[in-house]
Design a protein around this ligand. Structure first.
Ligand code: SAM
Ligand code: SF4
Ligand code: F3S
Length: 451
């Protein structure tokens, strides 16, 4: 009998990417087969994001395409998973009548049963949030073979006033250190070269005995030839112990994403970020002192309620002071049921856009200047795949998370290579390979990485 085909499309953050791998693992164990072709799918899932209005608008647009496919194939089961499913629940099913299933992030174990029901014509909603579900026993279905996402905790207890995540993902809960280390050991045996430990607030990880620094150290020890990354960290939980652990372990990447959101203390207070500008800057100084080669990135929100030109100027100022290597910048998007929703949305869209563009422009100048410092250096790159712009080039990343593009020559995907950097723009370094050291022993590897 033909196996039922399941197609999953993923939006939003890396947590969603990792969750889609969990979903595919649950379904393949239940006898389904993964397909990359929407047209041949029996079950179509979209794993959604609700963080900003434009994320949801985009997904509604895509659901329109699925509706069209369902007209041609009425037996097709269409399901909405993830944060938008959790946020909109029944409304989503009512407004989009062709949607059969609405399933939140803590209910994926029920998918096989829910699909069976949908095939019988029964619509299904499963949106309960759990205090314990962490899918610890499920081995995600990974396809890339080089770089793996490993969820180590779920949920968020921070309740920043602008953010839906605590409502869509529920309370914080962590997997056991041993469970994570076993998974990483298994990935190492399978030949993976890099792991990224994931959580909405990954550095507030605690399994009852071990904190995030303990976890990072244990994962780094599991395979010294494997790069270890983590995202996303909250400034409140960025301990000195964690910074020291990053500094002391050669295979923990010297790249820290530390979202600041705003440079104004008044706005940070209204956002309930729990730190002020001085504390954030002292953290940055600690990182720069203890890990001089570290690269730093951040997130900004432009146009939070009541943000004045003066508040915005303080954000511009913190960008100059920290000199981030990169930043993600968003226009404030009011989300129903959050505390900030009650503060109104008084900064006009054109002002938000103007401030957003100023932040992006300044950050681009700084990223450009920082990338020029790489010209003439030789960097270690993990080859990740073909460059999007040229079939003759590969692209990969440095330990500090900079994208590097270089001619393929005899390199292979999944290898570490040395690339001499010849030029750079604000987003990418360009160069040519100096040597490959994929066959190096772990000892010589770590020496070369330190170079
Ligand atoms: N947990 C992470 C942290 O605290 O930094 C962030 C997770 S959130 C999914 C990613 C980013 O989206 C946030 O850092 C913030 O800049 C942005 N974001 C969240 N809610 C937003 C909103 N309502 N409007 C605009 N940007 C928002
Ligand atoms: Fe959202 Fe704040 Fe939690 Fe990050 S820390 S997920 S911004 S509530
Ligand atoms: Fe979006 Fe949910 Fe991630 S709202 S950013 S997919 S946690």
């Amino acid at each position: 009998m033909r196996q039922r085909q399941v197609y999953v499309e993923t939006y939003g953050c890396q947590m969603n990417v990792a969750d889609s791998e969990v979903v595919l693992s649950i379904l393949t164990s239940a006898g389904y087969q993964k397909t990359d072709s929407l047209a041949s799918a029996d079950v179509v899932f979209v794993n959604t994001c609700a963080v900003r209005d434009n994320a949801e608008v985009r997904i509604y647009g895509r659901l329109g395409d699925f509706k069209h496919f369902k007209k041609e194939n009425p037996g097709m089961v269409i399901g909405v998973l993830g944060c938008m499913a959790e946020r909109l629940r029944k409304d989503l099913m009512e407004s989009e009548s062709y949607v059969d299933l609405v399933v939140g992030p803590d209910e994926y174990r029920r998918l096989p049963e829910l699909i069976e029901g949908a095939i019988e014509g029964e619509k299904g909603i499963a949106v309960k949030l759990s205090r314990v579900e962490n899918y610890d026993d499920i081995i995600p279905l990974r396809t890339d073979g080089i770089s793996a996402w490993v969820s180590v905790m779920r949920g968020c207890d921070k309740f920043c006033t602008f953010c839906v995540v605590p409502f869509t993902r529920g309370r914080e809960r962590s997997r056991s250190l041993q469970g994570v280390v076993h998974e990483v050991e298994h990935l190492s045996q399978q030949g993976f070269k890099e792991v990224t430990l994931l959580g909405q607030n990954v550095n507030s990880y605690h399994d009852g005995t071990h904190d995030f620094a303990d976890l990072m150290a244990a994962v780094a020890r599991a395979d010294r030839t494997m790069r270890v990354r983590f995202t996303t960290s909250h400034p409140q939980d960025m301990s000195e112990k964690l910074i020291r652990t990053i500094a002391e372990n050669d295979n923990i990447c010297k790249f820290i994403h530390l979202p600041v959101q705003s440079g104004s203390d008044r706005i940070l207070r209204l956002m309930n970020r729990t730190y002020d500008r001085a504390h954030y800057l002292s953290l940055v100084n600690k990182i720069k002192t203890m890990i001089p080669e570290a690269s730093l990135s951040t997130d900004f929100i432009a146009g939070f309620p009541t943000e004045t030109a003066g508040d915005h100027a303080m954000t511009m100022d913190i960008i100059r002071e920290v000199e981030y290597d990169g930043a993600f910048t968003f226009r404030y998007s009011p989300r129903e049921n959050t505390k900030a929703w009650l503060m109104g949305d008084d900064v006009p869209e054109e002002v938000k856009l103007e401030r957003l563009n100023e932040i992006i422009g300044l950050q681009r100048e700084i990223s450009f200047a920082k990338n020029q410092q790489e010209v003439g250096r030789t960097v270690d790159v993990l080859v990740e795949g073909e460059s999007k712009k040229s079939p003759n080039d590969y692209c990969g990343r440095t330990d500090t998370n900079k994208t590097v593009v270089f001619p393929k020559e005899d390199a292979r995907v999944g290898e570490y290579v040395n690339v001499g950097i010849a030029r750079a723009n604000s987003a990418t370094l360009f160069g040519t390979m100096v040597s490959s050291f994929s066959d190096a022993s772990p000892e010589s590897f770590s020496l070369e990485v330190r170079e």
